[in-house]
Ligand binder design. Structure first.
Ligand SMILES: Nc1ncnc2c1ncn2[C@@H]1O[C@H](COP(=O)(O)OP(=O)(O)OP(=O)(O)O)[C@@H](O)[C@H]1O
Length: 261
């Protein structure tokens, strides 16, 4: 088992965002986390990637207890996460985003990056090759020199993937990779996610686009109000009464969230 999460709990004051959540992700699989708005999905990713310390519970990665480790140590151990495309530097080129963004997330030396010390310049040269490699992987080599402000939302999503892949992770956490893109672009991103898994990465993703999840995921975990309510294959999840109840009991206004599961 690549990732094993045991009874993970996160409280923000009175609010319990995650309550005793268990999850196991097998190497090479695509594991989706779904659930209504506010179910605790993003919090769960923030705990695994070290952005928040859990209130209780354990996170084991490759058999090592990484609970409470800081984000850059977890990144070095082999877990990467994508950020919202709003975290990209709009005026910088696609390639510079991959290089600089990667360094900001894997090192604590913010000022090294900003002041471009000698050591930083040497390491930046080393990461240039890797940046080019991951841009090729996500299909953006032809846009390497383009400012991010000039590319489409779908291409920005690919830059976010490239950023995560640049740290050479074994496990990639994707938070709503297909939010805000059209159906054709969603299909293209699904192909890319499949390619990540086929080339040896393990993928854990949060996504509201149900049809994408059903065709892509090997396993699905459903969270509701901070708790894991069901886990299984897409076939097992589809039509599960507890899952339907969770969605119907949530936001009934239909804001693009799944209507059928
Ligand atoms: N830093 C924080 N401080 C206080 N409360 C928080 C914090 N982060 C999340 N929460 C709360 O925890 C709960 C779970 O939020 P979270 O963002 O994890 O849900 P989600 O399933 O990702 O929702 P969505 O699908 O809407 O993105 C919410 O009630 C949210 O307001």
């Amino acid at each position: 088992m690549l990732l094993r999460v045991e009874r993970l709990t996160k409280r923000f004051g009175e609010l319990t965002a995650n309550h005793q959540v268990d999850l196991s992700v097998e190497r090479g699989q695509i594991h989706a986390i779904i659930g209504p708005n506010g179910a605790g999905k993003t919090t769960f990713f923030n705990l695994i990637s070290g952005f928040y310390p859990p209130t209780s519970g354990r996170i084991l990665f490759k058999g090592t207890n990484i609970t409470g480790w800081p984000p850059e140590r977890i990144a070095k151990k082999g877990i990467a996460r994508t950020f919202q495309t709003t975290h990209l530097f709009e005026e910088a080129t696609v390639l510079d985003n991959v290089i600089i963004g990667n360094r900001l997330r894997t090192r604590s030396g913010f000022w090294d990056v900003i002041l471009r010390t000698k050591r930083e310049r040497r390491e930046e040269r080393e990461s240039l090759d890797r940046g080019r490699e991951v841009l090729d992987f996500v299909g953006l080599s032809h846009l390497a020199g383009e400012p991010v402000s000039e590319i489409t939302q779908e291409q920005k999503k690919r830059v976010a993937f490239a950023l995560a892949l640049a740290t050479q992770p074994e496990l990639v956490l994707l938070d709503e990779p297909a939010a805000g893109v059209n159906p054709d672009e969603t299909d293209g991103l699904a192909v890319l996610i499949k390619k990540m898994a086929d080339t040896g990465r393990t993928v854990c993703l949060i996504e509201h686009k149900t049809s994408m999840i059903m065709s892509l995921a090997d396993r699905i975990t459903v969270l509701n109000q901070g708790e894991r309510i069901v886990e299984g294959t897409p076939e097992e999840i589809q039509g599960n009464p507890a899952v339907i109840e969770a969605y119907l009991g949530g936001d009934p206004t239909g804001d693009g969230r799944p209507q059928t599961v």
